[in-house]
Design a binder for this molecule. Structure first.
Ligand code: 5GP
Length: 121
């Protein structure tokens, strides 16, 4: 993937240039609802560092960032109360996945049975 683009929408949310309803924040991560939710609970969790994707993050971030981010994802699931009913964590990487925003993010979805992982279309 190409170099990190500081003008991407999630970088702008991190800088406070675009509004988002922050539901969780710590030193490593920020979480806010997806603007086009596809489940009763659909939250995006992003690291604070400039990483383009899961691939970039897992290759280049520090151990502290990786651990801190993963713990933040779990903290969000607990905060939203979906940890007992279950939830899905998904991250798109690159063209074939349909990744739209080139700042690493995971989708945390839950609140109802989610169906198959991939649509058949
Ligand atoms: P991707 O396809 O890159 O995995 O997912 C990007 C997600 O970001 C999409 O689900 C889309 O609805 C969401 N999104 C795009 N722009 C905004 C925005 O300005 N605010 C919020 N909260 N979500 C956004």
């Amino acid at each position: 993937m190409s170099a990190y683009d500081k003008s991407n929408v999630f970088a702008r949310i991190l800088r406070g240039e675009i509004p988002a309803k922050i539901i969780y924040e710590d030193d490593y991560a920020l979480a806010f609802p997806d603007i086009a939710p596809q489940a009763p609970v659909h939250v995006l969790i992003i690291p604070k560092g400039p990483y383009t994707s899961f691939d970039d993050f897992s290759t280049s971030a520090t151990d502290a960032e990786i651990i801190g981010f993963n713990r933040a994802v779990v903290a969000v699931a607990h905060k939203l109360g979906v940890h007992e009913s279950g939830y899905r964590v998904l991250s798109n990487v690159g063209v074939h996945s349909g990744q739209e925003v080139p700042h690493y993010h995971v989708h945390l979805c839950g609140g109802a049975p989610l169906g198959p992982l991939l649509s058949k279309s």
